[in-house]
Write a protein that binds this ligand. Structure first.
Ligand code: C2O
Ligand code: CU
Ligand code: CU
Length: 477
């Protein structure tokens, strides 16, 4: 079966809402090869441990013709390098801040303790300083990501470029017959949008909109008008919804089928074939595209709506008749004690969650470590005036149980997720279990909504070993 819709009704698309900005390509930009972030080299590695340094820096990037743009990045002037870590390894990271302001290093999708290692707003690294963290990778292969998360300037820092991919590999992935030559037949695809002002500079304040900031120029891995040389029949694309507000409604020429193999935090139990894919802020989806019907010299484009994003230039390739196994991954589905109440989380108008705005020193909920619970996450916006909110939880993954009591979307079944679009008036039931203790944030991943308060905190506790946390205050940052 091939699915041919976005699963979300057109009326809920971001383009039908407040102050939507259409995409355009500034004049004079030529097509250029897609930037592929280099793989981050460890400082040191042993059988069991690996050490990295991640430095936030200011830099300049040639994004448009003419003047360079001032940008920020991790060990790179813009975005960063791709960090690759193996399941089971102990990872030691030196977090260095060479920016003129404080920042934090949030591991979105990684199951690490909160609130310090997790890198949300309680873990600032001040300018000129560094901090050491360490954690063990104990989760399946996935594309997770690192981004800045200081409250309330996450959006502004991500806008400058502080986001990079963190790829987890494992034994299961190593065995799967899927493309895995990074930069050859496997490409990270970070979707973002930015507006460039005078002298080709960003101006987040000028573009600010509390409903969420759209940029006018699409950037893929920081490249405007990218092309990819295709030299193998099958290509694996690791999509990352990296924009502050914009959704990406992807589809190829000829309605070429994309076989989704992975979601946020794991492979899919069974691959799902689709001609259209929606990527909302914070989400990751991996697809394999088979260019077998094309020939040397052909061009196949990837679009969002009717706007061309990436040109795939087909070259000679060898026939590849490999077939996916029907089962890629076996999710663990924890049991929920039926006597437990279902948690209710609402994303409300005026950037509130459960009727309140975020407060750094307030714990909004508590859940026992290792205990599986249902969360009913409701978008209380009205169908007429509301918008879709992508809901995200730190420090764990979840399973999608139902949408308004019905089946989840086909590509949400049998996969670990940490970010999920919730439509106006919709309730999504999640099965949530935290593997580690700490204080963790959960929020809408439209970053302006989060910064403005559509965020809350949960304390994950072990009743036998109670802990107290020193939570920062906005004022003490
Ligand atoms: Cu990407 Cu608080 O998250
Ligand atoms: Cu996160
Ligand atoms: Cu939102």
């Amino acid at each position: 079966e091939v699915y041919t819709d976005y699963f979300v009704d057109e009326e809920d698309f971001d383009k039908n809402h407040f102050r939507y900005k259409k995409l355009n390509i500034p004049e004079g930009v030529e097509e250029q090869p897609l930037a592929v972030p280099p793989v981050l080299k460890p400082d040191k590695e042993t059988e069991t441990d690996v050490w990295f340094t991640i430095e936030s820096i200011e830099g300049e990037s040639q994004i448009l013709p003419g003047e360079k743009t001032k940008t920020w990045g991790y060990n790179a002037p813009l975005l960063g390098q791709t960090m690759v870590v193996e399941e089971g390894k102990r990872v030691h990271v030196t977090l260095k801040n060479s920016l003129p302001e404080l920042t934090t290093y949030h591991w979105h999708g990684m199951e690490v303790p909160g609130p310090i290692t997790d890198g949300g707003c309680h873990a600032p690294v001040y300018p000129g300083e560094e901090k050491q963290i360490e954690f063990t990778v104990n989760q399946p292969a996935a594309l997770t990501w690192l981004h800045a998360h200081p409250c309330p300037s996450t959006a502004a820092q991500v806008w400058m470029g502080l986001a990079m991919g963190v790829v987890i590999t494992d034994k299961n992935e190593a065995k799967l017959p899927i493309p895995k030559q990074y930069g050859v037949d496997e490409f990270p695809v970070i979707f973002q949008d930015r507006t460039y002002h005078e002298h080709n500079q960003l101006d987040y304040r000028a573009d600010y909109d509390a409903m969420g900031v759209f940029g006018e120029t699409p950037l893929i891995n920081g490249t405007v008008r990218p092309y990819v040389d295709v030299t193998t029949q099958k290509v694996r694309l690791l999509f990352l919804g990296g924009s502050n507000r914009r959704e990406w409604r992807l589809h190829f020429d000829d309605d070429l089928v994309m076989t989704q193999i992975a979601g946020d935090d794991s492979f899919l139990q069974h691959p799902v074939k689709m001609t259209k894919i929606l990527v909302t802020p914070g989400e990751r989806l991996q697809v394999v595209v088979d260019f077998g019907q094309y020939h040397d010299g052909d061009i196949v484009n990837l679009y969002t709506d009717d706007f061309k994003l990436i040109e795939f230039r087909i070259h000679k390739f060898m026939a590849d008749n490999s077939v996916f196994p029907d089962t890629l991954f076996t999710p663990e589905i924890p049991e929920v004690d039926p006597s437990l109440p279902v948690r209710k989380v609402t994303m409300d108008a005026h950037n509130m969650m459960n009727g309140k705005q975020f407060a750094m020193q307030r714990i909004d909920m508590k859940q026992r470590v290792g205990q599986a619970e249902y969360w009913d996450v409701t978008n209380t916006n009205s169908k007429e005036h509301g918008m879709l909110h992508p809901f995200h939880i730190h420090g764990t993954h979840f399973l999608v149980v139902s949408r308004n009591g019905e089946k989840p979307f086909p590509n949400e079944i049998g996969v670990y997720k940490d970010t999920i679009p919730v439509r106006p008036g919709e309730t999504v039931r999640l099965l949530v279990q935290f593997p580690l203790e700490g204080v963790f944030m959960y929020h809408c991943h439209i970053i302006e909504h989060e910064d403005a308060g559509m965020m809350a905190q949960i304390e994950v506790f072990d009743p036998d070993h109670p802990k107290t946390y020193k939570l920062m205050d906005m004022a003490t940052l």
